[in-house]
Design a protein around this ligand. Structure first.
Ligand SMILES: Cc1cc2nc3c(=O)[nH]c(=O)nc-3n(C[C@H](O)[C@H](O)[C@H](O)COP(=O)(O)OP(=O)(O)OC[C@H]3O[C@@H](n4cnc5c(N)ncnc54)[C@H](O)[C@@H]3O)c2cc1C
Length: 308
């Protein structure tokens, strides 16, 4: 694999709100900065139609428009963007080397902003019917379920946001939750309880997903009564948690037991010159505003590290 002869001041891994915010700060500080993103720039929030809680947008803004504006702003200050997958980091020397599918890139400092991914439920039928009724993104796949019955699995903010989004298309949305109360914020809960199309099945878990070419039934078990029932649905949306994108960092940087990167309040990791920001770091509140804030803190830390 080719090694770039150019040494960057800062390489940022991930083009979500955390990486983009870091890029605005490092590029504006006149640091040679490269952002490496394996997919579409914007991160998870591009799956959201409206962001209602990012300050400054009283009339709402879409996740795509918000992150496109961030990218434009960073690029204006000189941030370079490379579409590639980061597969490893060499942190042994003072110079760090970021290994990617497009070659190796040296840098003085690295900011890891790779975010997280939706967790799989791990039940029979899930893998088989992914793309054939099983989905991880209501905004992406909701329109395929117009006037159909769907289920959403989970009880947190993501699950209720997905359920509300799906009421725009589906004629019935059943939220399947293994506990007897939701973890979602009160505002979201109130919206869900008011919405006539949403029904919540408490204390219930999916045992398997079945169908023919496409999903048509989920087999349920009530964890309190052990009563087994079938629910006829055309779609199952999984919203059961997140998995940080830290697979390539195991044994290199200190991670907590959930796999997120341990940082201090300066977003410094266990390795000098390597910072982490956004959903990928420990104790993140997993919101755009927090990711953007972390990106700024990490960038200022990287700037100081390089100056010293
Ligand atoms: C359905 C949904 C609705 C949401 N609604 C809201 C909301 O209304 N308001 C709010 O504040 N937050 C919301 N969030 C949460 C918000 O999207 C996240 O908190 C935020 O996007 C985190 O930003 P990030 O930059 O840390 O990570 P991400 O947005 O996850 O971005 C990380 C990026 O890194 C890239 N990447 C990962 N690993 C690699 C690698 N090895 N090589 C190269 N690139 C890599 C990924 O492709 C991704 O683009 C929502 C999330 C979801 C899923």
């Amino acid at each position: 694999m080719v090694k770039s002869s150019k040494e960057y001041d800062v390489i940022i891994i991930g083009g979500g709100p955390a990486g983009l915010s870091a890029g605005i700060y490092t590029a504006r500080a006149r640091l040679n900065s490269l952002l490496v993103e394996r997919g579409a720039v914007g991160g998870q929030i591009i799956n959201t139609e409206w962001v209602e809680n990012y300050p400054g947008f009283a009339e709402n803004i879409s996740g795509t428009d918000l992150t496109e504006a961030m990218h434009k702003q960073a690029t204006k200050f000189g941030l370079e963007t490379l579409v590639a997958e980061v597969t490893g980091i060499d942190i042994k020397g003072k110079q760090k080397v970021v290994k990617t599918s497009q070659g190796d890139f040296p840098a003085k400092a690295v900011i890891i902003a790779g975010g997280s991914e939706r967790q799989k439920l791990g039940v029979p039928g899930e893998a088989e019917y992914t793309g054939k009724g099983v989905s991880y993104c209501a905004t992406c796949d909701g329109p395929f379920f117009r006037d159909k019955a769907v289920a959403v699995v989970g009880g947190g903010n993501a699950a209720i946001t997905e359920a509300l989004e799906l009421t725009k298309f589906a004629n019935k949305v059943t939220v399947i939750h293994r506990r007897d109360e939701l973890r979602a914020t009160k505002i979201l809960q109130e919206k869900a309880f008011k919405e006539k199309k949403i029904k919540i099945l408490w204390d219930s878990v999916i045992e398997s997903i079945t169908g023919d070419n496409f999903v048509d039934t989920v087999k349920l078990n009530n964890v309190k009564t052990q009563k087994k029932t079938d629910l006829k649905v055309s779609g199952v949306f999984m919203a059961v948690g997140f998995k940080p994108n830290t697979g390539y960092l195991k044994g290199i940087i200190e991670l907590d037991k959930t796999g997120t990167i341990i940082v201090n309040e300066k977003m410094e990791t266990s390795v000098p010159g390597v910072f982490a920001a956004g959903d990928i770091r420990s104790n993140s509140i997993r919101q755009v505003i927090a990711a953007a804030g972390d990106g700024a803190v990490a960038a200022i830390g990287a700037e100081k590290y390089i100056a010293e």
